[in-house]
Design a protein around this ligand. Structure first.
Ligand code: BG6
Length: 295
């Protein structure tokens, strides 16, 4: 189905036969809802989110491309998250009311975009809701430059997971890894904790992580399992109390109900020559119990 979402923005809804659903806005190709078969929301959206282009929407899964954060000359997190994407007609025609459980979205740069990032590309995003209710996002990014020039980019699936209470949350799979601390000029540290708990502002890029990462929500007795491919790094972000107050589109207490764990390619930018394509995928599943974690 293509429907009108908040502020009349177009969205696509995917549903499977067990009752899980996913909502994707064409603005930003941003997934803003993922519900399990009981109708429970698994992604966080800010209580103060703007649905007013060209502002990005705070919540769900913004795509950071072609630049993560402020690592280059573009605005923070690049521009894919605040462009209108189209449904990719070259994949399959989109049938209203069909039971399809994926949608393909496409972004190509406009002339205006090429003034700020002088490269031609095609970015195809496939959002898939699997029969078991798992959510999968696959990005295909192709260099379509005709001037023979390669380009570099950094990338993240900036996923805001919904949690019941941040003090009851732990992130497993990142222990012993090196990370860059965004709060300390990207200084490199080594993680000493056996598991990551969040008790103050955290903004870190964990480097070359295992494929699987888990978020354990002890209060909800839920485990999110993240699997990532082609995306070596993982960002963990929670702005905590003080920083939240400086973020206009985040409610003051919202930080208690969210954690961002972002599958990313940051430390080593991806380089594509003309005609080359990169693929980066994430799969999320929400398990209704606390998994004993073994990476
Ligand atoms: C995270 C970054 O990925 O995104 C943080 O590591 C940043 O440094 C956060 O503050 C939110 O970014 P934005 O641009 O959506 O406010």
């Amino acid at each position: 189905e293509i429907l009108k979402g908040i502020n009349d923005l177009d969205k696509v809804i995917l549903r499977n036969f067990r009752g899980s659903s996913v909502e994707v806005y064409l603005y930003g190709a941003q997934v803003l809802s993922w519900k399990n078969e009981h109708g429970e929301e698994l992604l966080f959206v800010s209580s103060e989110a703007n649905f007013e282009p060209p502002k990005p929407i705070r919540g769900g899964i913004p795509l950071c491309f072609p630049q993560f954060s402020n690592l280059g000359s573009l605005a923070a997190h690049g521009f894919a998250r605040n462009r209108f994407w189209s449904i990719d007609a070259s994949s399959h025609p989109f049938l209203a009311n069909s039971s399809r459980t994926h949608v393909d979205l496409l972004l190509k740069p406009t002339e205006e975009d090429m003034k700020i990032w002088p490269h031609s590309f095609e970015f195809r995003l496939r959002v898939t809701l699997r029969p078991a209710g798992d959510l999968m996002l696959t990005s295909h990014i192709r260099n379509t430059n005709t001037d023979g020039k390669p380009f570099n980019f950094t990338f993240a699936y900036h996923t805001y997971f919904a949690v019941s209470d941040i003090s009851q949350v732990r992130v497993d799979g990142l222990e012993t890894l090196d990370y860059l601390d965004n709060q300390q000029n990207r200084t490199r540290f080594t993680e000493k904790e056996d598991t990551i708990t969040i008790e103050s502002e955290v903004d870190r890029v964990y480097l070359t992580t295992p494929t699987k990462i888990a978020i354990l929500d002890h209060e909800k007795k839920r485990t999110f399992v993240i699997r990532k491919y082609g995306l070596p790094d993982a960002v963990v972000w929670n702005p905590w109390e003080k920083k939240s107050k400086t973020i206009a589109d985040l409610g003051d207490d919202d930080y208690k109900r969210m954690v961002c764990v972002e599958a990313a390619a940051i430390e080593n930018p991806i380089t594509l020559k003309p005609g080359e394509e990169w693929r980066g995928r994430v799969e999320f599943c929400a398990v209704p119990k606390l998994l004993q974690w073994a990476a």
